[in-house]
Ligand binder design. Structure first.
Ligand code: UDP
Length: 441
C-alpha cells in the first residue's frame, strides 16, 4: 500500500536557515545529480515506531528536493507482527525465535509480493520485516534496480552458521542487497555486503522539535502543575526497565536534599508491552506521591507537549541502561539543554562527557552531575549551546538525507562494485565526507 496522506514539507528555506547555506547547497547539488531516479521506501507500519517517524519527515523532504519518492507499507496479519516482534528481540540478543515462525514470515512476504514498484529504481527496505521481498524480483529487475537494506535494530551477534536457521536466512537475504545501512558501528555485522553507517536524525521543524512560543510552554507547565519558578529535571521515555526511571527518581531524591527542584518523568500510555505497566507502577511507588515528582502518562501524539516540557527543563536526563541511539538525547540537546545520560548504546555518539553533557553509569554519578549543573547554570547553558550546535551539524534531517543520497550516489553511479567489501562511513569519524571510506573485513 502506497502512503498517500503525507504531510507537506515545511519550506526548504527554513531548513536552509537552520543548517546553513553550505550544507544545504551541498545537499541540493547531490539531489540534482540524482534527479531522474525514482526512490521507494518500504517498511511495515504507517504509524508508531521510529521508522515511521523518520519516513513521515523524510519522504516529503525528498520530494520537496525534487527527487520523486514513494513510501509503501506492508500489509500482513497480526500473527506476522508477533513473529517479527520476536525476531526483533532475537536480533537484539534474546531467545525465543522458533523455526515454525519462518513459515509465517514467508507467508507475509508472498502476500506483499508486488510491493516493490516497477518504476522505482532505488528501493530502500527498512528493518527485517520486508527484507524477504527481494526474493520476488527477477534477475533482470535485480540488475536494473538498486536495493538497500536499512537496519534500525540494535543487531547483536546473530548466529548464521546453521543452514535454514533464521540467522542464516537473514544473512543470505541481506547479502543479495546492493548495500546495507546501519545506525552505528556497534551494530555492524561483517557480512558480505557493502555497508554504511548513517546515524538517526531528528526533524528540527517537526511538532516535537520546532520552536515554541513561551506562552505555550507556560501553558503546558500550568496544565501539569509544574512550578515554572523551580528548576526542572526531565526524562522523556517509555516506561521500560532499560530506561531506568526508578533510578532517575532515586538520583533526583539525592539532588533534592541539596537543591530545591522538580522531576518530570514523561512516558507513554499507548504501549503494547505489558511490562510497561509494571514499570509504571514501580515508578509511582518510588515517587511516593511526592508533589515535586510529576509522573506523566501522555497519549502518543503529545509531540508539542513533550517539546514544551523539554524546552522548560534545566537539565534533561536519559539514564538508560541499554539504548539503541537515544533520540530523546538528540531532542534534549537540540533544545539547548545539557543532558545527563547513560554511557551506553548510541548515547556516547551524542554526548562528549563534560562538553555538552555528562555520561553516567550509577545513580550517585547521575545525582552528582545533575546537582553540579543546577548549581552552575552558566556552565549548563554553555554545554546546552554546544549540544545544539553539535546536533545541528550531525543529527538533523538534512544531514540524514544527505548521507542517504551519498550512499545512493555511490551505488547508482557504480562506484561500489565489489560485492565482498564492507565500506564504513561515519561523518564524525571521517573528516572529508565520503573521502574517508575504508575497506573493512
Ligand atoms: N516519546 C514520545 N512519548 C513518550 C515517550 C517517548 O513521543 O511518552 C518519543 C521521544 O520523544 C522520542 C522517541 O519517542 O522521539 C523515543 O526514541 P528513543 O530513541 O529515545 O527511544 P526508544 O523508545 O526508541 O527506545
Amino acid at each position: 500500500m502506497i502512503v498517500t496522506d503525507l504531510p507537506s514539507c515545511p519550506s526548504l528555506k527554513e531548513y536552509r536557515r537552520i543548517v546553513g547555506d553550505e550544507q544545504f547547497s551541498a545537499l541540493e547539488e547531490l539531489a540534482d545529480r540524482l534527479s531522474g531516479n525514482k526512490l521507494q521506501e518500504i517498511n511495515s507500519t504507517r504509524y508508531g515506531g521510529g521508522v515511521a517517524e523518520i519516513l513521515i519527515s523524510y519522504v516529503p523532504f525528498l520530494n520537496a528536493l525534487g527527487l520523486e519518492t514513494v513510501w509503501s507499507v506492508m500489509e500482513a496479519e497480526p500473527a506476522f507482527f508477533d513473529v517479527t516482534k520476536t525476531l526483533h528481540n532475537f536480533l537484539q540478543g534474546r531467545d525465543g525465535f522458533s523455526q515454525s515462525m519462518i513459515e509465517t514470515y514467508w507467508e507475509a512476504q508472498r502476500q506483499n509480493e508486488g510491493l516493490i514498484e516497477d518504476d522505482c529504481n532505488v528501493v530502500t527496505i527498512h528493518d527485517p520485516q520486508p527484507l524477504g521481498l527481494i526474493e520476488f524480483l527477477t534477475t533482470r529487475e535485480l540488475e536494473q534496480k538498486r536495493l538497500l537494506w536499512r537496519c534500525h535494530v540494535q543487531l547483536e551477534t546473530v548466529p548464521t552458521e546453521t543452514v535454514g536457521s533464521i540467522g542464516n536466512i537473514l544473512r543470505r537475504l541481506v547479502e543479495k542487497y546492493h548495500a546495507s545501512i546501519f545506525s552505528s558501528f556497534q551494530y555492524l555485522p561483517l557480512w558480505n555486503v557493502p555497508s554504511f553507517i548513517i546515524p538517526p536524525f531528528i526533524d528540527p521543524l517537526s511538532e516535537k522539535n520546532r520552536d515554541l512560543p513561551r506562552s505555550e510552554i507556560d501553558a503546558v507547565l500550568a496544565k501539569y502543575g509544574i512550578d515554572p519558578a523551580m528548576p526542572i529535571v526531565t526524562q522523556v521515555s517509555r516506561y521500560d526497565v532499560f530506561k531506568d526511571p526508578v533510578g532517575v527518581i532515586q538520583a533526583f531524591k539525592k539532588v533534592r536534599q541539596k537543591v530545591p527542584c522538580q522531576l518530570v518523568l514523561v512516558g507513554g500510555r499507548a504501549c503494547d508491552d505489558p511490562e510497561c505497566y509494571i514499570v509504571l507502577r514501580e515508578v509511582r511507588e518510588t515517587a511516593e506521591d511526592d508533589p515535586d515528582i510529576h509522573v506523566l502518562d501522555l497519549p502518543p501524539d503529545s509531540h508539542r507537549e513533550i517539546n514544551a516540557l523539554q524546552r522548560a527543563s534545566d537539565v534533561i536526563v536519559q539514564k538508560s541502561i541499554k539504548e539503541g541511539f537515544g533520540l530523546t538525547v538528540t531532542e534534549g540537546l537540540w533544545k539547548g539543554k545539557p543532558v545527563v545520560a547513560g554511557n551506553v548504546g548510541g548515547i556516547p555518539l551524542q554526548i562528549r562527557d563534560g562538553w555538552n553533557g555528562y555520561l553516567v553509569s550509577t545513580i550517585q554519578e547521575t545525582a552528582d552531575r545533575i546537582l553540579h549543573l543546577l548549581r552552575h547554570p552558566e556552565k549548563a547553558a554553555e554545554m546546552g549551546a554546544r549540544g545544539k550546535d553539535f546536533v545541528r551539524e550531525y543529527y538533523l534531517l538534512p544531514r540524514g538525507v544527505q548521507d542517504h543520497l551519498t550512499v545512493i550516489d555511490q551505488i547508482v553511479n557504480g562506484r561500489i562494485t565489489a560485492r565482498d567489501s564492507v565500506i564504513c562511513y561515519h561523518p564524525q569519524v571521517v573528516t572529508t565526507r565520503m573521502a574517508g571510506c575504508a575497506a573493512w573485513y
